[in-house]
Design a protein. Structure first.
Lengths: 288, 261, 288, 261
């Protein structure tokens, strides 16, 4: 059964140096508050998995939390590059970053295999591409009935998966809706799961066949309003497109990035304080 | 005909025209999304736009900035999970047209969105594959929209992310890829299509005001022109009006006119 | 795009002798009206697929429509045996019935593979059982990463899939809810799909992430109120448990079964007339 | 203690007691469903009942007649598709207890629900596997509830549908099955558990009023009794009251008292 805790307690208890960790959310419901709490608690040597690293992993990579990244599309959506990700790959700053690169279809299938307790996934993919030359974990498999050759990739299993959702009831049953991404699979492929939510409600009153994660597949659930900003939470707030553009300027230069991390994350107590700093026009004038 | 328009507008309009009404289209973000939505607003109201984040039948009132914007979910006929989109809908063979962008492509319309330079020590680390490898292989046909220059139209790709016609000829058929591959590449200079036999891209129509030299100088290989190469129909007044309206609405909604392309 | 037609027209145009056909619905939303129309139009040599053959296939098997049955549990739920199914298997009446027998997990996975355009499915299953001795289409496959041996089974692909759903809009977009079974996968694994619905509505007004089949994956959609009875349609009517018990008595004896089929299906014009006969106390007195 | 009760009631109560509070239980229809719901109404209110039709956390007010009754969906925490139930929840390793019935079983708790007689020419064609093969292999542990007779407790199965301990000993571990297999078999005569070493079923407690001869005569093999074999605790008044209430409500709801077991 999920336990209601603070985000700080959840990260402290459940995220360990060296862990394999997935923080999912496909543009929508990205668990930014949790990512920043991991930076704040100075976790190291994480093996990060995410289809779209997005700004959340750009922050974590630049802050030195990551040893490895498994991903399928590493850009700043609608803006351009992820500069911290590129600096790590192109220049090894702040440290070397091992890459395990796949396609979206592969990684989505690999999460499904993880959730289904299978060691590998089968897909029609990669034919003619150069992926197999740079990733020896993409292999071939032959259909025992037709003789067709397909691609096989290893399942994703994580030590801990972190997602953000719209709401949870007092027992810790979680509901999300809108763009669902691969969150259910990422939670079910995990040994431990942390879910931050916009609000804690008495009952979910969910429609039939809604996307629900029962309390007993979640380890900790934390009420963190606006915890997905600058991404969005359907029904709660919109995507902060301006921040994604501002991030391009912040992350482009190492000094400026470090100053931002220091001021916004390391010197703040929690996400509430981060939000206050983020809303302070005097502080923000520096970055725009 | 329509007075002044930009090369980008010509590109988008030319691309939009190639999406037929009723087609089920797997849409990449950025230029493909702009063109697909323009088509939907003009001649293809029944086109079904599918985004890899899960929306099926999205009808966004303004262009999405990200591949998973809320207006895609709100206007879709249904929103499924990302694994389902790739498994049941793309791989399942339900997509008529894959609409892609590209960082680099070669004469056989193979695409690189991974790295410039060696993979392990790249000069430029590009975003990577996203959904493109499986879109390019599984969609029944593919449209590619990309700005043309020597940097994008390269002699040899440093990395093949998504396949076009491989080494040309019947190489794609021999690789048993499900879809028939790129049927057109639309740039800011011209529209290219694969030669029936060699599968090498040939310029089929040249946008008004562009000449062959412009195209040759924007291509790293010795580009071919089709025998019956003609001129692209310039944007109609209505096409430009709808496109500009869409971009204006988008800029207002996203609060930044500069980024609304 | 789905076309709105009568059920009679849909079966006439889309179901052919010798077809491989799935008619799914897991206790809920079983397409009985369509099954009876197939009997009424005297289709022959069908290769039937259904996880739980239920009374719908007991009727079709007894009426001589089937050449083969692929299934995973063949009982009368809550009552006992399917007598027409047993008579076909045990005594070859009214003709021989080839069986392809699997487990639920296998068949559910095989539909998924069909929907996903894969030639086979991988599952953890069958270890130690006798299935592989009687079904040579259950095979082993080795994980290319871990060396583990798992079960592989061929995908289900159908010529035509038939399901019943709660509603569809005027364009033919279909919505179902409650117990979803394997219907979405069965439709997506089909070349042609017929959907009967309780009602035709202007707009679906569906909740986010509802189970929707877009019009363009459906071939024909037919308004057939109560078309799932004696099974049930969540939100419309309950399961007719009494009929399932009565069926045990009807189907137990060949003559009585044939008389029932004659009177209820072959001599009725359509499902509406069937419902009238079914509600006629004088006629029904014979069977209770 | 409780006055008169039937052997079926004793069986159901004894089975219900073995489902611990909070357990996630994959429930077969019929006897397992009756026992699991009785447990939920008495000592295991937090047990999570999962049915193969898709409901997770079902709390049916009356017993379902079929595996997919509407009251399962209405009272569940969520209802997922049948493929998802088998893939993510059962195979995914999320099920603590699989609760099964059986047509026939052998001394190692292997189950046959497929055929009596040869497969190709059966004397009796049984319903088949349903979810049982994967429940018996993937659930962390398994409970089996079945009426005991020479027809059900057989020397040799005509067909192994779902595995218990195979040939006994460490055969199950060697086959690398994920779950640890049947931990108890509950009948109308007794409760059996596998021997720690041989994994052969042994009678652990005998229901009140039953003697060893009854059990021996209802078993086709030479059945063993555990050294510390005792008597099953008879149904408590409260257990009987709740069970009878449940069956009464069920009979009324389904309109047929005779079928409500």
């Amino acid at each position: 059964m999920a336990e209601w805790t603070s985000l700080s307690e959840a990260v402290s208890a459940l995220v360990r140096d060296g862990d394999t960790i997935a923080m999912e959310g496909f543009t929508h419901l990205i668990p930014f508050a949790a990512g920043q709490e991991i930076i704040r608690q100075r976790r190291k040597s994480l093996s990060l998995i995410r289809m779209t690293p997005d700004v959340i992993y750009d922050q974590m990579i630049g802050a030195g939390c990551a040893r490895k990244l498994t991903f399928s599309w590493g850009g700043n959506p609608g803006v351009g590059s992820l500069h911290r990700f590129r600096d790590a790959v192109e220049n090894g700053w702040p440290g070397p970053l091992e890459l395990e690169e796949r396609s979206h279809s592969d990684l989505a299938n690999a999460y499904v295999a993880g959730a289904a307790n299978l060691p590998f996934a089968v897909l029609r993919g990669y034919t003619g591409s150069d992926f197999m030359q740079v990733n020896d974990r993409i292999r071939n498999i032959t259909c025992p009935f037709t003789g067709e050759v397909l691609a096989a990739t290893p399942a994703v299993r994580t030590d801990v998966t972190v997602i953000h959702a719209q709401k949870a009831d007092w027992k810790g049953n979680v509901q999300l809706w809108g763009i669902l991404g691969v969150q259910k699979e990422a939670v079910l492929a995990a040994k431990r799961a942390i879910v931050t939510v916009e609000e804690r409600v008495r009952t979910l009153d969910a429609p039939p066949n809604a996307c629900i994660l029962p309390s007993w597949v979640v380890t900790a659930v934390c009420e963190v309003p606006r915890g997905a900003t600058p991404s969005y939470a359907h029904g709660y707030y919109d995507r902060d497109n301006a921040f994604y553009r501002t991030w391009d300027r912040i992350a482009r230069v190492r000094d400026r990035f470090q100053d931002w991390i220091e001021r916004h994350i390391l010197q703040t107590r929690d996400f509430d304080e981060y939000l206050r700093v983020q809303r302070d026009p005097q502080i923000q004038a520096v970055y725009s | 005909m329509s007075g002044h328009y930009t090369a980008d507008e010509m590109m988008t309009v030319a691309a939009a025209r190639l999406l037929r009404n009723g087609a089920v289209c797997f849409v990449g973000i950025g230029l493909p999304s702009t063109a697909a939505n323009l088509a939907r607003l003009i001649h293809a109201p029944e086109a079904v736009l599918v985004y890899e984040s899960g929306p099926i039948g999205a009808k966004p009132p303004v262009l999405p900035l990200s591949i998973g914007d809320g207006n895609l979910a709100e206007t879709a006929d249904t929103v499924v999970s990302t694994p389902e989109i790739f498994r049941y809908w793309l791989q399942g063979g339900r997509i008529d047209v894959g609409f892609l962008g590209a960082a680099q492509l070669d004469r056989f319309a193979n695409i690189n969105t991974t790295v410039v330079g060696p993979y392990q020590k790249p000069t430029v680390r590009l975003p990577g594959a996203g959904g493109a490898p499986e879109i390019s292989s599984s969609a029944k046909e593919v449209l590619i929209i990309v700005k043309q220059s020597k940097r994008t139209f390269v002699e040899r790709l440093d990395f093949i992310t998504s396949v076009g016609f491989l080494n040309g000829g019947d190489a794609r058929e021999r690789a048993r890829l499900p879809g028939k591959g790129p049927v057109a590449v639309i740039t800011d200079l011209c529209v290219l299509r694969p030669n029936d036999v060699t599968r090498e891209l040939e310029v089929r129509t040249i946008h008004p005001g562009v000449d062959r030299r412009n195209i040759e100088e924007s291509t790293s290989w010795a580009i071919r022109f089709a025998e019956d190469c003609g001129e692209t129909e310039p944007p109609a007044t209505e096409e430009l009006r709808v496109l500009r309206d869409l971009k204006m609405r988008t800029a207002v909604a996203h609060g930044d006119p500069g980024e609304a392309a």
